[in-house]
Ligand binder design. Structure first.
Ligand code: CA
Length: 229
């Protein structure tokens, strides 16, 4: 279950955080939480969530700012969960790039349905030009199921390893720079990012059965980036 969806909740009301966590985890999601913008951005870079549930009234910033920061770097899905019920608040959040907007008080079944809907749309979006599968030699990747196979055998990757491999596979034929990969996978880059990428890449290659010097599936353009066939 290493690859299941991870949801970051940025919200300062601890009761709401706990309430959402229990519901999401009961429905098979991993959850992490942050009580403000600063922690939230840190969690984004260190935990690579698949979706963010965002409160607008945060103690250290307005949630709108968080939407702007995320959209500057990525298309990470955002569902706003706010006490602000004015039409203009919704319009502004959606225009900034939030995928959905729910007002408090909210029903958990509705929240779950909206999360499923966001993930469904994302899979649809990804499959407009690309198939749901990547196949090259013995390697196959099922993006929707987040599974990787070598022949008949399933290869167990961590969430981060899967994100890197899926990103390269979805952009097969294209050289992705280290920086591009880091921003897509870890959101923001810091000093240790390249090292982190290299360590993950070494693990991916080992799991795929690649030996040093023989690049069967992933090509490294030294000093520039990685590319898959
Ligand atoms: Ca709040």
């Amino acid at each position: 279950m290493a690859n299941k969806y991870r949801i970051l909740i940025i919200e300062d009301e601890i009761n709401i955080v706990n309430f959402i966590k229990v519901k999401l985890e009961a429905n098979g999601y991993q959850t992490i939480s942050a009580n403000g913008m600063r922690d939230g951005i840190m969690m984004l870079t260190s935990h690579c969530p698949d979706l963010v549930i965002l409160d607008l009234g945060l103690p250290d910033a307005d949630g709108m700012e968080v939407i702007q920061i995320i959209r500057k770097h990525s298309l990470l899905p955002i569902i706003v969960l706010s006490a602000r019920s004015g039409e203009m608040d919704k319009v502004q959040a959606l225009d900034q790039g939030a995928n959905d907007y729910m007002t408090k008080p909210f029903g958990t079944e509705e929240l779950l349905a909206r999360i499923r809907s966001v993930f469904r749309n994302q899979i649809l979006m990804n499959s407009v030009n690309k198939s749901e599968q990547y196949i090259s030699g013995k390697l196959s990747i099922d993006f929707a199921a987040r599974q990787v196979f070598m022949g008949e055998e399933e290869i167990h990757l961590t969430r981060t390893e899967f994100s890197i491999l899926a990103l390269l596979a979805k952009n097969s034929g294209k050289l992705l720079s280290y920086d591009e990969i880091i921003r897509q996978v870890w959101f923001l880059s810091d000093d240790g990012s390249i090292k982190k990428l290299q360590v993950n890449m070494a693990n991916i290659r080992k799991k795929l059965g690649e030996t040093p010097g023989a690049n069967l599936y992933i090509f490294n353009e030294l000093g520039v980036g990685y590319r898959m066939e």
